[in-house]
Every structure is written in C-alpha cells, then in structure tokens.
Ligand binder design. Sequence first.
Ligand SMILES: [Fe+2]
Length: 386
Amino acid sequence: MEGCTHLEARAGGSVGEGSPDLLDLLGDTRGILSSLDVGSLLEHLAEALGSLIRIDGLSLKLVGVTEELLLVRRGNVFKREIIYGSRILTPSSFAQNALTKGDPLVIDDIASATGYTFPTYVKRENFRALVAVPLVSGTRQIGLVTMYLRENRQISGNILAIISIVASVTAAAVENSQLVKRLEKNYFSTVEALAAAIEVKDPYTRGHSKRVTQFAIALAERFGVSGSEMRTLQYGATLHDIGKIGISGKILNKPGKLSDSEFEVIKEHPIIGERIIARVDFLQSARSIVRSHHERFDGTGYPDGLRDEEIPFLARIVSVVDFFDALTSDRPYRKAYSFEQATLLIREGIGREFDPMIAKEFLAMSSSLVRQDESDKSKFALSTLT
Ligand SMILES: [Fe+2]
C-alpha cells in the first residue's frame, strides 16, 4: 500500500510506567545515526521512541523545508504521509513555540490548550496529547520532532530526559544526512561539468546526456525503479558517454563514415568512461551502466559481448533511450531521423539490439514524447517536462 511503512508499531508502555529496555534503545539510536534519508530516519526514530511510550503519530519538520514527514499509527503499523507546504512553523503554532523555547514542549490535553494552533491532521487523527522536541545542532535549530498520543497522558521527567537524548542523536543524523546530500550534489555538479565537456568536444551531442537521463528515468519509473537505484540510473545516464573525452575530436567529429580502425577507437569509450568514474566512490554503482550501454541483447555489442540478462538492467534501459536520442539528432555524417523512422528501427531491433520488454515499454512511452521546440525539430522531450 502506498505510503505504508513496514514498520511494526511497538505496543509501548504507559507513560511514566515501567522502564525502557536501554539495549533496545541503543540499537535503535544506531539505526537513527546510520539513516541517510529522513524517511528511514523517522522510522528508526519511531522504533526508538516506541520503546519508551506508545506513540500514535510522529512528525519530523525541518527548518527551511516546506514538507513535513508524518507517521500515523494504523492498528499495528505506521503509515507514512508527506504533508506538502506544511505551515506547522507559523508564529502561533505549538511547533514555533517549542522551537523558540528551545526545550521540549509537552501538551497533555490538546483540546484544552489555548494560545496554540495545531496542524489539521491533529483533529483528523484524534491526537489528544503531544511532546514536541526541538532538534538542535550546536546553537542552530534545525527542526522539530513531535510525538502524538491518542490518549491524554502525563509524561514523566525521566521519559522526557531520554526523549531529549534520542532527539539529540536525531539532530546529529539529520545534519549527517544533509551533509552527505550536499557532498553528493557538489560531486555530481563536478561530474556534470565533466559531462558538459564532452558536448564542447562533440557539439552534435549537445543536450544528449540530459535528454537520455530524462527519458531513462521516465522509462525506469514504468518498471518501478526508485530510490538509490534511480539515483544510480541518473548518474550512469548522465555520464554514459563520459569516455568520449578520451577519444580524438577528429574521429568524433568526422563528417564521413568511420573506417574500421576509427570505429575500433570509438568502441573504447565505455571502458574509458568506466575507468574515469571508477575513482569516485559514490559513482561505483553507475560503472556498469557506463561500461555496458553499447551491449546488444543478442550478444553482438561491445565492449564485453554480454547478452540477455547478463547486461545490467539499467544499462539495457539507457541503451534504448540513447539509441533513440542519437538517431533523432543531427550527426556530422547524417541528418536526424524522424520520430517515425527512429521508433521503427527500435521496433525492428527488439530482441537484437534491445531487450524486448524494455523496447516495447519505450515504444508505449514514446507517445508522450514531443518535439522539444520549433527551432530544433529534431530533438524530443517528454511532454510532461516541457
Ligand atoms: Fe555511447
């Protein structure tokens, strides 16, 4: 079910009763620290807090981010929701009050609390009590975690103290994940600049990497690819031809047909490309896409002559969209093919160049491709992206 996490909601003890299993809690905080995305972080947080107290809702709101992430208990599982354009941090909100105060804010009875505003889901979910804990990194407020309860309860000082410790671990994890994201973004900007360098060397490929990436992502979505696998595809598709940097411009831009020996040189670009990105840690998973995007389904491609499912799935996706975009673009030695000619060649290549399942899905998707703009009729883009 969409938005449903597989996290089992812990029964939790009554507030102020019993004592949490500290070993369990320690294990959960390790999970929090190792989370690199806020979704899994929130799930680990629910696990950790669930060992202290029976929670019915948990929200994470980061300063400067418009979305709020919310887990809501449905029976024995938590469902994840994203509240877009969340206005939880408005001046009169309980959340803003907690942030300003800098300490945990406990509201035992939401219905009788005056002077605060609450998000609309509080009423919808029948939340009766809450504990809001600011996330602080150094002196900087970075967000707010709010636990919701469907029963009015008193919360003991001990439990509150442990919640504050868990919150400080959470703040460190958020900082960590934001740092990793920033690093990856910076790395990737550098790599994109490298990809742009191919287009300077080979002007006929202008925009090619970007279009191939957009088409590949749209096609992969139709196969349910998501998360880190999608990020791998984004990196691999953007950089699939990066190895052309190592190929002579004379060969790349030759107006006539390539000789056999020149074609042998061109065929080295997937291996050169793989070698270039092999030194970059976060691009490891994209190596096989760069190396194998010219393999053919019947085993007659290069550089390794892989066939069928020996060719990595994401490389098979890039292979089809790369072929389409290359054909519908002008090249030094020929004019661009029309949309009809290009899709006909893909249809004819099913089972030879292309994985039948992927090629057929691309042809089904191709109805959503439109000419990019009137001045450049040869190029196509996804209609949803124009
Ligand atoms: Fe290529």
